[in-house]
Design a protein around this ligand. Sequence first.
Ligand code: HH2
Length: 257
Amino acid sequence: MGIVNVTPDSFSDGGRGVDAAISHARRLLAEGADVLDIGGESTRPGADAVPPDEEIARVIPVIAALRAETGAPISVDTMKPEVARAAVAAGASLWNDVTALGFAPDSLAVAAELGCDVVLMHMKGTPRTMNAEARYGDVVAEVLAALQARAETAIGAGVARERIWLDPGLGFAKTAEHSLALLRSLDRLVALGFPVLLGASRKSFLKAVDPTAATAEDRLGGSLAAALLGARAGVAAVRVHDVRETVQALEVWAAAG
Ligand code: HH2
């Protein structure tokens, strides 16, 4: 899954307007992305909230343009049901929600109505407050239990079981140790029986292992290692900035692993 940020302020790879985002998405497809994840609101800690109209104005032209020229599945990275609704109308087939359909009171009902795939990602609090919420007794057991419960809630609200993906939410209300513990135990998340999406690309927890990786662009090696750990554990997709390098790493692993 290639990341396409249509944001001025993402932690990495932002700063693109609509035209630049479309060009970037084309490049990611050419590099081997199977799915594109289009986002119009940064989720980095303390990021500014974006009004729905503004988010729609960022992502919908990108989704519509890509839908007209590729058959690749398109995902929308949003916590707002009105943005997801507009995105599905424009051709997206997956709603990637870092709040696991918890941001708006009608998120669950809208997901059920749209009938699209949904990614339920684990987080505690909101992107604004999450760093203070990184407290767990047993992080792996608690994240698995929370995701399983959220999936049951979504199913109870009418979302079809086969539409649901789970994501451990690395870096979201997690210390570096928490994210590493989850990476180590991905097989237990996969064993819950839902497709798993893994987002480790360029994240700051990689800096805990290599303190010289100060900027997001310094973290390609760590990002590739995480993608391979995900592949070994059986995740269904990895959400990455560096598509070409990740495809190459996965292909070598598949050919020789
Ligand atoms: N990480 C980010 C955003 N969305 N969605 C899922 N399902 N899983 C993730 O791990 C995840 C996500 C953060 O990365 P990025 O989009 O590059 O940054 P920003 O939120 O600042 O735009």
